[in-house]
Design a protein around this ligand. Structure first.
Ligand code: 13P
Length: 346
């Protein structure tokens, strides 16, 4: 068990309780400036501090967001920005009883001696978390990536990333911040479903071993994994059912039942694929020990950003589209999405 006081444990548990709610998921709106620039540039949207603020305000002020979303992961810039009504974004979320969170890793760097990546941001993390907490953040996110190729991910990359995820999680818990642990097995490549299954199993086994070693309290973490899918250039024909079965099977083999909630990333699947795969996981009749929901960025935001295009006159339409997408993901998180609903839903 983590060496944190009972007051801090209670604080962590109350955050988890507010997040792991059946039928609700997380919105990842924590794209770094580099990542959101790429997304905006692709749509010819000017990327400035003000256009990013405008876009994030559009997302966060979408009517009824709180019916489907229990927490939002913000980027550091957004955590300190304010709405047009001069309310800080974390405060705006808290008024809707949505928990504000923050991406705390500082991005990817080359893992020396390899062509793989590790994640930076541990130095000074304890102090940064205290500032983020004062600003309203109650949970955090750290993303590690694993690329599948003939000789990767290497044992070194798997071990190093797991160690860093565990150190990050322990530091978060010490400050009363719930850590989202995000080991993303990338979808890029022509690998098969089986290969992704095997890599995901090894990655998750190693992550949970390191979490144990670093005395992380498993009851107070959120796991944010990728779904088990074939690579995006693999020609294998795979159903949502196959993906759901492989994903659940890997999770059952590797994730202790003490973990309260698993919230998937969408990882470059189309928005509909991600929603249908999550929905298929809930068709499985066996009882799962964890809440199983979403923490999507692209699968929630893509249709909305495409509709907005940086133009004030598109704002209402973009919010409506966003609201529909969030509702579809919410339905999928309890297995109630039905085929074709995306075109019918008003
Ligand atoms: P996607 O859902 O677009 O994969 O993003 C999730 C995320 O938070 C990546 O770190």
């Amino acid at each position: 068990m983590a060496i944190v006081s009972s007051t801090v444990i209670n604080e962590l548990k109350s955050t988890i309780k507010a997040i792991a709610v059946s039928g609700k998921g997380l919105l990842a709106a924590d794209e770094s400036t580099g990542t959101i620039s790429k997304r905006f540039n692709a749509l010819n949207i000017a990327c400035t501090e003000e256009s990013r603020r405008n876009y994030r305000e559009l997302l966060l002020t979408t009517p009824s967001l709180e019916k489907y979303i229990s927490g939002v992961i913000l980027y550091e810039e957004t955590l300190y920005q304010k709405s047009t009504q001069d309310i800080s974004f974390p405060e705006l979320l808290m008024q809707k009883k949505i928990i504000p969170g923050i991406k705390v890793d500082k991005g990817l760097i080359q893992l020396p001696g390899t062509d793989e990546k590790s994640t930076q941001g541990l130095d000074g993390l304890f102090e940064r978390l205290k500032d983020y907490k004062a600003q309203g953040a109650r949970f955090a996110k750290w993303r590690a990536i694993y690329s599948i190729a003939k000789n990767t991910p290497s044992r070194l990359a798997i071990q190093t990333n797991a160690e860093d995820l565990a150190r990050y999680a322990a530091i978060c818990q010490e400050t009363g911040i719930v850590p989202i642990i995000e080991p993303e097995v990338l979808i890029d490549g022509d690998h098969t479903l089986d290969r992704c299954f095997n890599v995901s199993a090894e990655v998750l086994h190693t992550v949970f071993h390191k979490l144990y070693t670093h005395k992380v309290l498993l009851e107070c973490v959120i796991l944010k994994p990728s779904m088990v899918t074939p690579g995006n250039s693999c020609l294998q024909q795979i159903s949502h059912q196959d993906i759901a079965e492989a994903t659940i099977s890997v999770l059952k083999q590797t994730v202790p039942s003490a973990v309260p909630t698993i919230n998937f990333l969408s990882g470059g699947q189309s928005p509909l694929q991600a929603i249908q795969n999550l929905n298929a996981m809930h068709q499985n009749k066996t009882i799962l020990p964890w809440n199983l929901s979403f923490s999507f960025a692209r699968a929630l935001q893509e249709p909305c950003m495409n509709a907005w295009l940086g133009k004030a006159e598109n704002r209402n339409m973009a919010q409506e589209i966003f609201s529909k997408q969030v509702k579809l993901a919410s339905l999928a998180s309890v297995g109630k999405y039905e085929h074709g609903l995306e075109s019918k839903q008003k």
